[in-house]
Design a protein around this ligand. Structure first.
Ligand SMILES: NC(=O)c1ccc[n+]([C@@H]2O[C@H](COP(=O)([O-])OP(=O)(O)OC[C@H]3O[C@@H](n4cnc5c(N)ncnc54)[C@H](O)[C@@H]3O)[C@@H](O)[C@H]2O)c1
Length: 269
């Protein structure tokens, strides 16, 4: 029998490990034999090697946690996120979902060597990012945490919360995927269709469930489970995907295919 994923003994850092897809990801990595450092703002209940509290809203928390991570990291899984309005402001959503994610990722990259891999959860909500490429590039060019936040405050039409933050993750992945290739480090992201996690009720507060199901649910006719997202994410960071980088992996059972070919309205384009 061969093991094409090769997680045995790999040092893996997982954000959002307290709940939903991040918890499913961390749990599965432990079962695959990885040494998992689990991070979240909420308490984490997992048999991980180590768990730490991380608040992606705060630059100081990110830097303190990054300094305590293992000296060598093989894989980073960016699963933490917040759903935006009505529960969270646009700025807080941009900070947690993109600025904080990027700040942590850039702090982890120096701990990686050839073969390192980063996979972030974005969303089908980000699929229209290329239409805003000028804004995406502007924000990508602002590296400082506070400076990026100030840019978001000054550009509220683009930095509108959930959509803007998820578009930025895709742009960041496309840019850094190519740049990091020279170090043989990979970066990919995954765009889930609606998935039954504790975040889903927040989306139903923003738009009624009937509307969400009609316009965004996978054509297979149900929401995904957290494991149905965690496992493709684990595939992206695995040895089986060793020539895959700079990719936005749609995991939606045909939804974006229908949108791109014009069989379904492209409300997110
Ligand atoms: N559920 C869906 O339908 C769906 C669809 C597309 C994308 N996503 C994305 O999937 C990812 C995982 O979400 P989920 O659905 O598993 O939701 P979830 O709410 O179950 O998990 C999100 C986790 O992020 C953590 N988190 C929130 N704010 C944080 C902060 N400031 N610092 C550190 N951790 C923080 C939460 O505590 C939680 O454990 C998110 O990025 C989300 O935007 C979800």
């Amino acid at each position: 029998m061969i093991d094409i994923l090769q997680y045995e003994g790999k040092v893996c850092v997982v954000t959002g490990a307290a709940s939903g897809m991040g918890a499913a990801c961390a749990r599965t990595l432990v079962e695959l034999g990885a040494e998992v450092t689990a991070l979240d703002v909420q308490p984490i209940d997992l048999p991980a090697k180590e768990s730490m509290q991380l608040d992606l809203m705060q630059q100081s928390s990110i830097e303190e946690v990054a300094a305590r991570l293992p000296a060598k990291v093989d894989c980073l899984f960016n699963c933490a996120g917040i759903p935006g309005a009505p529960r969270f402001s646009a700025i807080d959503t941009m900070v947690v979902n993109f600025i904080g994610l990027r700040h942590l990722t850039e702090a982890v990259i120096p701990r990686m060597s050839a073969g390192g891999a980063i996979a972030s959860i974005t969303s089908v909500a980000g699929m229209g990012y290329a239409k805003h490429l000028d804004k995406v590039q502007e924000l990508l060019g602002i590296e400082g945490f506070d400076e990026a936040r100030a840019w978001c405050e000054a550009n509220p039409e683009f930095a509108n919360g959930y959509l803007g933050s998820k578009q930025m993750i895709i742009g960041y992945t496309h840019r850094r995927g190519g740049e990091l290739a020279v170090q043989q480090i990979r970066m990919n992201c995954l765009s889930p269709a609606p998935t039954d996690t504790p975040m889903m009720p927040a989306f139903y507060e923003a738009a009624p469930q009937e509307f969400m199901d009609e316009h965004f649910q996978a054509p297979v006719g149900r929401n995904a489970t957290p494991e149905e997202m965690a496992e493709p994410l684990i595939l992206l960071n695995s040895n089986a995907a060793r020539f895959v980088s700079g990719v936005n992996f749609f995991v939606d059972y045909g939804y974006t295919g229908q949108v791109f070919v014009g069989d379904r309205p492209g409300l997110l384009l």
